[in-house]
Design a protein around this ligand. Structure first.
Ligand SMILES: Nc1ncnc2c1ncn2[C@@H]1O[C@H](COP(=O)(O)OP(=O)(O)OP(=O)(O)O)[C@@H](O)[C@H]1O
Ligand SMILES: [Mg+2]
Length: 289
């Protein structure tokens, strides 16, 4: 594994760059290999991947298209089980999806018959149903302490955050691609996750909205203390947001480098330190800076 200024730390020693990191999940990906079968032949996708996300840490994953990043996120989300190795959350092996780990995929999948508000409110609604019907087998989230925001307030706040308050009564077909992506992000945030898993969440946004959403995400993360695992193709985005950037090889993905980014928050995009790190990461990706 290549070593750069940030690297050197073993995953176990990774610490978030801020103090209030009590409620984020700790994620350990240990010796994970995975493969698919394509036209009867084995397609190796992940090759002995190990890294951790400390509670409250923001980690970005960068790598060539098709190397296996989304596959890795599916394993962390509990949507698939690794062929070899383990993925655990707070020391417990991940065996399926859980409301504490929320994923926003590359392509937002909204229910077309539900309004924007009803799509954002899916998580709280499911929680209410689980409390009423505990035999459904899904672990109910503990009731919130007195004084904590109600579901409706959380939906309001999430809609405000993504700038869609005026569109809460609209249906998905009435939205642009970027707006649909923002609904998916609001739907994730409304669940107060311990881990937010983001697969190129801003890929479809116009550049101005993208910059604004990056800023909003940092604010929210600093405030809410969840852990984040973000896949992006945008080196600047990774460096603006993350405490640590993990670089992957071509498929089958191996970890080739980890770059620690200690720039304080809020970050400035023209910070010379970020400019320097950008050069370093582009070189690690095999791109001339
Ligand atoms: N269900 C599946 N069955 C067979 N092959 C799959 C399956 N899912 C993914 N693959 C293959 O695994 C490889 C990795 O796919 P993955 O979506 O994880 O890449 P990625 O790094 O997220 O790419 P991108 O950056 O383009 O989103 C690809 O070659 C893809 O064709
Ligand atoms: Mg992908």
């Amino acid at each position: 594994m290549v070593s750069t200024q940030g690297i050197a730390q073993s995953p176990q020693s990774a610490q978030p760059a801020f103090k209030t990191a009590a409620s984020g999940a700790r994620i350990d990906v240990s010796d994970v290999s995975h493969r698919f079968s394509l036209h009867g032949a084995a397609l190796p996708v992940l090759d002995d991947v190990s890294f951790s996300v400390a509670p409250g840490e923001f980690v970005a994953l960068l790598g060539p298209s098709g190397c296996g990043k989304s596959t890795l996120l599916r394993l962390v989300a509990g949507l698939d089980v690794p062929a070899l190795g383990t993925v655990s959350s707070n020391g417990v092996a991940i065996r399926g999806p859980d409301p504490s780990r929320v994923v926003v995929f590359q392509d937002p999948t909204l229910y077309p018959w539900r309004t924007v508000r009803a799509n954002v409110g899916l998580g709280p609604e499911a929680q209410r149903r689980r409390r009423r019907f505990p035999w459904s087998g899904v672990r109910p989230v503990e009731p919130r302490p007195e004084g904590e925001r109600s579901a409706e307030q959380r939906i309001d706040a999430a809609l405000r955050l993504v700038g869609l308050t005026d569109f809460e009564a609209a249906y998905p077909h009435q939205l642009s691609g970027g707006m649909a992506q923002r609904v998916a992000l609001a739907r994730a945030l409304v669940n107060d996750p311990e881990l937010l898993v983001l697969d190129e969440p801003f890929g479809k946004l116009d550049s101005l909205t993208r910059l604004r959403m990056q800023g909003e995400l940092v604010k929210l993360w600093l405030d809410a203390r969840f852990s984040v695992l973000l896949v992006t193709h945008d080196v600047e985005e990774a460096l603006f947001l993350a405490n640590r950037v993990i670089v992957f090889s071509e498929r089958p993905a191996r970890v080739t480098a980890e770059v620690r980014n200690d720039a304080p928050y809020p970050r400035h995009r023209d910070d010379p330190k970020l400019v320097e790190l950008r050069r370093e990461v582009l070189a690690l990706l095999g791109l001339v800076a």
